[in-house]
Write a protein that binds this ligand. Structure first.
Ligand code: 5GP
Length: 357
């Protein structure tokens, strides 16, 4: 046993220091990026924000809506090539997802043979540190040399490099920071997300590969911090959940408010709308996709009710507006320059919450 004593940072430990700049307006900021992926050699252009492959987020409707803004969607595992074809998605802006089981491999191979236009494959496991996972990535790289492979999740530079050398173009980074994740509570395992991004980005960029900061963003400011820390892509679950495109049922609940009707003196009732959102390792997901939780496992995800938020477009515009503004605060003309222009300062308070209590 040993302890590493160097401080590691989360989004909530830092702010971005403003700097003098010549940038006249946030309108002048370019958020589009162009990447050439290391193994597939594919050249991609777009705004590098991704919807997570989670129920209620990584849906076909979400992909259709996000591609209009040049944003990317990692689709949930259970789609078949027929569903993909029906929605005529632009292959530049979506990835299919797979686990590493025999059934997963069969479905992946079938989807790729029936729909060869698919360009991105996300190989996704909760714990990217197993040898079997590395073997699977290597096997898929060998079979599909021109597909862009996203693989994760890991949080350290050694495993980022291992996955890249095994064939991943993009490594997904994050263990335990997610909004509906209980891994840190259930296992005690994790890594503060800002430090994980910085260290894994450094490791990947040295080899010519890319990383995704996956999980833990709760506001446009966190997305900006993730890019500032060196992420090439930022993946969002909770921030894109609760919208029409996620397809969940809208739950309407009636509350007795603290206000009283002046004439009848009866309490005034209010209704609020919610959507259920859950982690992909939660009991809810296990019931839905695997017919229940196997008894040697325990849930590492929670199920929550979040306010229904209408169309996703308003959230997208809010995130992109925030990012452009960050860029103007630090003098970055392009999102590409944001990490170069970022100096983080460590803080003990993020913002003034006096009216939130
Ligand atoms: P968020 O943006 O909601 O903070 O994080 C989204 C990420 O949380 C996903 O992309 C995925 O990596 C992770 N995640 C999703 N479901 C679960 C779960 O049930 N357990 C854990 N540990 N992580 C999850």
């Amino acid at each position: 046993m040993r302890i590493e004593s160097g401080k590691k940072y989360d989004f909530s430990d830092v702010l971005i220091r403003p700097k003098r700049s010549y940038l006249p307006s946030r309108k002048k900021v370019t958020l589009e990026r162009e990447y050439k992926f290391m193994h597939s050699k594919h050249v991609w252009q777009g705004i590098p924000i991704m919807a997570a492959n989670m129920d209620g987020v990584g849906t076909l409707k979400m992909a259709k809506s996000l591609e209009e803004h040049l944003l990317f969607t990692c689709l949930v595992k259970n789609y078949q090539y027929k569903d993909l074809k029906e929605h005529s998605l632009n292959p530049e802006y979506f990835s299919i997802s797979t686990g590493i089981g025999q059934q997963d491999l069969k479905r992946l191979e079938e989807n790729l043979s029936k729909y060869p236009e698919i360009k991105f494959i996300t190989i996704d496991v909760a714990n990217g540190y197993s040898e079997a996972f590395g073997d699977f990535v290597e096997n898929i790289r060998g079979k599909y040399p021109d597909k862009t492979i996203i693989a994760g999740n890991v949080v350290t530079s050694d495993m980022t490099q291992e996955l890249i050398l095994r064939g991943a173009d993009i490594v997904k980074v994050g263990i335990g920071p997610g909004s509906v994740c209980t891994t840190r509570i259930q296992t005690g395992v994790g890594y503060p997300q800002l430090s994980a991004i910085m260290e894994c980005a450094d490791a990947a960029h040295g080899l010519g590969a890319h990383i995704i900061a996956d999980g833990g963003c709760t506001s446009p400011g966190d997305v900006a911090k993730a890019f500032g820390a060196g992420a090439d892509f930022v993946m969002l679950g909770g921030m894109l959940a609760g919208h029409d495109e996620g397809g969940g049922d809208i739950i309407t609940e009636t509350y007795t408010s603290s206000r009283v009707d002046n004439e009848s003196k009866e309490p005034i009732y209010e209704t609020k709308q919610f959507v259920e959102f859950y982690g992909m390792s939660s009991d809810t997901a296990m019931d839905k996709h695997h017919g229940g939780m196997a008894n040697y496992r325990s849930s590492e995800g929670r199920t929550v009710k979040i306010p229904y938020r209408g169309k996703v477009e308003s959230m997208v515009l809010n995130i992109l507006g925030g990012l452009r503004s960050t860029c103007t605060y630090v003098g970055a003309r392009r999102l590409k320059d944001l990490s170069k222009c970022t100096s983080f300062i460590t803080v003990s308070k993020q913002y003034n919450d006096v009216f939130e209590k």
